[in-house]
Design a protein around this ligand. Structure first.
Ligand code: HEC
Ligand code: HEC
Length: 302
């Protein structure tokens, strides 16, 4: 627990704190002795402007009580809770212990609700309004920072509400994506095919989604595509879900579809990381999330 390398600082803190508290006790007690409290008020001997005297008035009782209460509170607190160096306190309380207990309580309260759906078919869970509500809440907590609160994503973060999938939109595939995470790896081609190669193949890629490009340039790009890109994106450029290689013939772009962005993607490559959530959230929650994500692109069916 302690970050100290040597025990010295531990004792330094303990001794300093204990001595300060004892000193405060002593000070308050000696300054509030009966004699001083009840006796007649004596001058301190300090005089200003010839006749203004400083008197040694006792502290008001309520004020004194405040000192005692604060000191008692501090002493008891330090005995029960961590505060004196690395001393853990008599209660053995710790932040992590409290966190663990709260998590366990939450698990007991909500676990059965999550587990109720864990054995149901994903498509059935996706159609269940109660599961939808839970899934939506889980999504807001764990996924919106990347995929957006409406799940429509952003540049580099896929839209989950359309029916275009990098890795596949079957309920089980979505669940695998969330459980295990994904790493999309588009290699950098700039140095291999050169500027001209990038220029040509970028034109070809754009022709695939129906853009007007120079047909001669695109034809040259097509040759490069067949030898260099088809292995991952497929001969028809419709993508390979096993690798997360996107379909290049549609108008949906993960990394931006402008001429500049496409050339940049091809030259420098792209790497995307979807974190694994299985261990972090547990399968029951991922099950609900997968059903929720699935429902986002299948809502219109009913
Ligand atoms: C740190 C950012 C981040 C977080 C958090 C995150 N994702 Fe992702 N997610 C990504 C990225 C980036 C990709 C694209 C991966 C790739 O291109 O290989 C992705 C891909 C996906 C895919 C695959 C989409 C497809 O087209 O096949 C699904 C499904 C998904 N995420 C769901 C979720 C869910 C559900 C959560 C919340 C539990 C979540 N993500 C949290 C960044 C994130
Ligand atoms: C090793 C497999 C592989 C090869 C070879 C490959 N790509 Fe990719 N490419 C990918 C992957 C995977 C992605 C998605 C990256 C991500 O998830 O961020 C991608 C993304 C892209 C994108 C971005 C698509 C979008 O929606 O924004 C373009 C454009 C692209 N590749 C073009 C090419 C071209 C042109 C070539 C050949 C010069 C090529 N790729 C070769 C795997 C590959």
């Amino acid at each position: 627990m302690a970050d100290f390398v040597s025990g010295f600082w531990n004792w330094y803190i303990i001794v300093l704190v204990v001595l300060s508290i004892l000193f405060c006790w002593w000070l308050v007690i000696t300054q509030s002795k009966k004699g001083q409290m009840s006796g007649e008020v004596k001058p301190t001997g300090h005089v200003w402007d010839e006749n203004i005297q400083e008197m040694n008035n006792p502290l008001p009782r309520w004020w004194l009580m405040m000192f005692y209460i604060t000191l008692a509170f501090g002493s008891i607190y330090l005995a029960l809770y961590p505060g004196l160096g690395t001393f853990q306190g008599l209660l053995g309380w710790s932040e992590t212990g409290q966190y663990d207990r709260e998590m366990q309580k939450a698990e007991e309260a909500y676990g059965p609700i999550f587990n109720k759906f864990a054995n149901q078919d994903l498509a059935a869970v996706a159609a269940n309004p109660e599961a939808q509500k839970i899934g939506k809440r889980l999504f807001s907590t764990y996924c919106t920072q990347c995929h957006g609160s409406d799940a429509r994503g952003a540049r580099g973060y896929p839209n989950l509400t359309d029916n275009d999938w990098l890795y596949g939109g079957e309920p089980e595939t979505i669940k695998t994506t969330i459980m295990e995470g994904r790493n999309g790896m588009m290699p950098a081609w700039g140095e291999i095919i050169g500027n001209e190669g990038v220029f040509n193949v970028a034109a070809y890629v754009q022709s695939l989604s129906g853009r007007d490009v120079d047909p001669v340039v695109a034809a040259k790009g097509k040759e490069i595509f067949a030898t260099t890109c088809a292995a991952c994106h497929g001969a028809d450029a419709k993508g390979t879900q096993a690798m997360g290689a996107p379909n290049l013939t549609d108008k949906i772009w993960l990394h931006g579809g402008s001429d500049k962005r496409i050339k940049e993607t091809i030259t420098k490559g792209r790497q995307s990381h979807m974190p694994a959530h299985g261990e972090f959230l547990g399968e029951a929650k991922v099950h609900l999330l997968a059903a929720y994500v699935y429902s986002l692109s299948h809502q219109k069916k009913e």
